[in-house]
Design a protein around this ligand. Structure first.
Ligand code: PGA
Length: 254
């Protein structure tokens, strides 16, 4: 069976001082399965750039993987304020979110820049968690399937295989709203994503690719969401900031 992944997205939250305490608490809430639980579930924390180093240290030997929240598409050069894939690798970070809806919404990231970033990740041995999802307006206009197809197809057309990527379906209206997609709504879109993968790469590759759900996932709703056949894990914002809640979501995936 495919290993589920529970990934926290800290966004622009927490501070260096909070990190040792966070890991101590996470460990205490996951005991007695800590750290063996990471053999069953991939646990990831996507932290702000300046905290990556501290997180990598705190996560040492715990099995928790540390990810970035963004990466620049070029490998170096005059790109003030940006961070390259090589720099992340140097910081012992091997995974990053790509095209989170907040990046699309506030920083003008497009399907095209997402593709370039994904290609950069794959060339440099970083695993991308590629985020897609519709806005409330698009859902209300029954455009969810079209939006997902548009966001995903360009990437699928360009990659000859999907083994290096993880997908995250994050309906924009569910992010930070406290209003998660229902298990049925999420499953419907996950199934669509899986069928697109199947069409492009075949059944086995589609089945092996993880599709995470994100958007107000929390200890109260995670089990039901994670029981859906095409939901292979979660990308958790708010509920990943408290070790206790994050641990509950992790345990609900077991
Ligand atoms: P949320 O965020 O869990 O706070 O809704 C999810 C995300 O933005 O990845």
């Amino acid at each position: 069976m495919k290993k589920k992944m529970i990934a926290g997205n800290w966004k622009m939250n927490l501070s260096r001082n909070a990190i040792p305490q966070f890991f101590t608490e996470l460990k205490s809430h996951l005991e007695p399965s800590w750290p063996d639980i990471s053999e069953k579930i991939d646990i990831v924390i996507a932290a702000p750039f300046t905290l990556l180093d501290s997180c990598v240290k705190a996560a040492h030997k715990s099995g928790v993987q540390i990810a970035a929240q963004n990466v620049h598409e070029m490998s170096n050069g005059a790109y003030t304020g940006e961070i390259s894939a090589g720099m992340l690798k140097e910081a012992k970070v091997h995974m990053t979110l790509i095209a989170h809806s907040e990046r699309r919404q506030y920083y003008g990231e497009s399907d095209e820049s997402a593709l370039k970033k994904i290609q950069t990740c794959l060339t440099n041995g970083l695993q991308p968690i590629f985020c897609i999802g519709e806005t409330i307006r698009e859902r209300e206009q029954n455009q969810t399937a079209q939006v997902i197809a548009r966001q995903l197809q360009r990437v699928l057309d360009s990659l000859s295989d999907c083994s290096g990527i993880i997908l995250a379906y994050e309906p924009v209206w569910a992010i930070g709203s406290g209003l998660a997609a229902s298990a049925e709504q999420a499953q419907e879109v996950h199934q669509l994503i899986r069928s697109m993968l199947d069409k492009r790469y075949g059944r086995a590759a589609a089945e092996a690719t993880r599709i995470l759900y994100g958007g107000s996932m929390n200890p109260a709703n995670s089990r039901e969401l994670l029981l859906q056949p095409d939901i292979d894990g979660g990308l958790i914002g708010g509920a990943s900031l408290k070790a206790k809640d994050f641990a509950s979501v992790i345990l609900s995936a077991c």
